[in-house]
Design a protein around this ligand. Structure first.
Ligand code: BG6
Length: 476
């Protein structure tokens, strides 16, 4: 018997504003942290808040400035998503299109209009937009003036952004995510939360204080979204991937539990409504004091998310043995290498069963509907003279992950709302700034140095995914 996904399952793809829109200074858009991270060897120290780069500097190339110029191609791109049969399209709002500095009282109409047209274009094809309110972006003015999310003033600016979006797009958007990969604040604090550290500052103190501000902001957004339109559904978003112990040695299992908690900490608050005891104890042990008010705690308690969304690229491995060092790359976090798994060209390990394990772990922990909002294979594609890529490797990767997800739903009974593959159209890589790390069903003619026509063409995976959606996961 053909195994199909539940009726109404939301198939689609995902992008983020700074990685695809370009047009960084068009129609009144202001400058954001995500604009000033160049490609090249300094990128990592900049996104982690170690090296200061608050503006464009000579001698660097900044791929987000033009990206794939979706700002001017969105009609063509959404038509292609429509042709694949997308039921949903996950995109993010560039905060600085709406509030160029972040602290204005009135929004920028040109920015609001852009997304309004984009959402209307989605609905033309029966595509439900799934909107990330902030996908790593923070207005540069808010960083220079207030220090980004370390400052409590951010609550006010974020609330204004959310109120503006929920009011203006009422009836056009009903699925919202408050912060992309909220746990990234611990690993890439400048990119994730506009945090830059001065010499001698206690980074952990600042990161957890900023996390508290984001968590409260997320509750305020959830409250507002429900007040403005009871149809709204708000989700949190985790960079997920379960930790496996390196060996059955209890100290490895213990280490895995600790590292999982480091990530689940955020979702524990957003989905359950309070800080877990293990976090309070950890702050105590480390001598961290997180300032919070009674009102904050009430907001967290009263306004938990409707669903839990996450990105999944790989599982991770934990060891309590300091001698075990061999690391592999992976979604900004490095992890110990798992000898049982293959890796992508960028060293990210490939583990479809890990997706089923992660889905079950999250379901068991929260019992809230889930949404996989990122998954995919970053690979070098070799197009022919027509821009066609025979990307069987991508099809194999996605098919294996979709099967794992199907097993989790049909065999294990988890509740999953939908699946959006990452970078459904080729875009700029967040971790490296490269164009050649491609995830899309649609090839974009542009290279790492910004050369190319930006012409779009379909890869082999385009027709494959179209059939997956048409058969509701029956044909993989
Ligand atoms: C996630 C981000 O971390 O992974 C995306 O939400 C990112 O923005 C994606 O692009 C894939 O990572 P990368 O580094 O290959 O672009």
């Amino acid at each position: 018997m053909t195994k199909r996904f539940p009726d109404g399952f939301l198939w689609g793809g995902a992008t983020a504003a700074n990685q695809c829109e370009g047009a960084y200074n068009v129609d009144g858009r202001g400058l954001a942290n995500v604009d000033v991270v160049p490609i090249g060897e300094d990128r990592f120290s900049i996104i982690t808040g170690k090296k200061k780069m608050f503006d464009f500097e000579d001698g660097y190339f900044y791929p987000a400035q033009e990206a794939i110029d979706m700002y001017h191609h969105f009609k063509e791109d959404i038509a292609l998503f429509g042709e694949m049969g997308f039921k949903t399209y996950r995109l993010s709002i560039a905060w600085t299109r709406i509030f160029p500095n972040g602290d204005e009282l009135e929004p920028n109409e040109a920015g609001l209009k852009f997304y309004e047209e984009l959402f209307k274009e989605c609905h033309k094809y029966g595509i439900e937009p799934l909107v990330t309110i902030t996908h790593f972006d923070c207005p540069m003015h808010l960083i220079k003036e207030y220090g980004g999310w370390r400052n409590r003033k951010m609550l006010e600016f974020y609330e204004r952004l959310c109120r503006t979006l929920f009011t203006r797009y009422k009836g056009l958007v009903k699925y919202w995510l408050t912060f992309n990969e909220i746990n990234m604040i611990l690993h890439a604090p400048f990119m994730g939360a506009g945090l830059y550290f001065e010499e001698g500052e206690n980074e952990e103190q600042i990161k957890y204080q900023a996390a508290h501000h984001e968590l409260v902001a997320s509750s305020i957004a959830t409250k507002l979204a429900h007040e403005i339109d009871p149809e709204n559904k708000v989700g949190c978003m985790l960079a997920a991937g379960q930790y496996y112990p390196h060996t059955p040695h209890p100290r490895d299992v213990w280490e895995g539990l600790q590292l999982d908690r480091e990530n689940y900490f955020f979702i524990d608050v957003q989905a359950r409504g309070e800080y877990p005891n293990y976090a309070k104890k950890m702050w105590e042990r480390k001598g961290l004091t997180i300032e919070m008010t009674e009102e904050d705690l009430e907001l967290l308690r009263e306004h938990t998310v409707d669903f839990v969304s996450f990105s999944y690229y790989a599982s991770r491995v934990a060891s309590g043995d300091p001698e075990v060092q061999e690391k592999t790359a992976g979604n900004v976090f490095a992890s110990i290498k798992n000898p049982y798994l293959d890796s992508s060209e960028w060293g990210w390990q490939i583990d479809p069963l890990g997706l089923r394990i992660t889905l079950n772990a999250i379901w068991d922990r929260y019992q809230k509907p889930m949404f996989i909002v990122e998954n995919g294979l970053g690979a070098v594609d070799e197009p022919d003279e027509n821009g066609y890529v025979a990307d069987d490797y991508r099809i194999d990767y996605l098919a294996a992950h979709i099967k794992a997800m199907r097993d989790a739903i049909l065999e294990d009974g988890v509740e999953l709302l939908g699946y959006t593959t990452w970078g459904c159209i080729d875009l700029v890589s967040a971790s490296t700034g490269e164009m050649k790390k491609r995830y899309g069903f649609i090839y974009v003619d542009r290279d790492n140095d910004g050369n190319g026509t930006s012409k779009r063409s379909k890869k082999k995976s385009f027709d494959w995914y179209k059939e997956v959606i048409a058969s509701n996961g029956g044909i993989l």
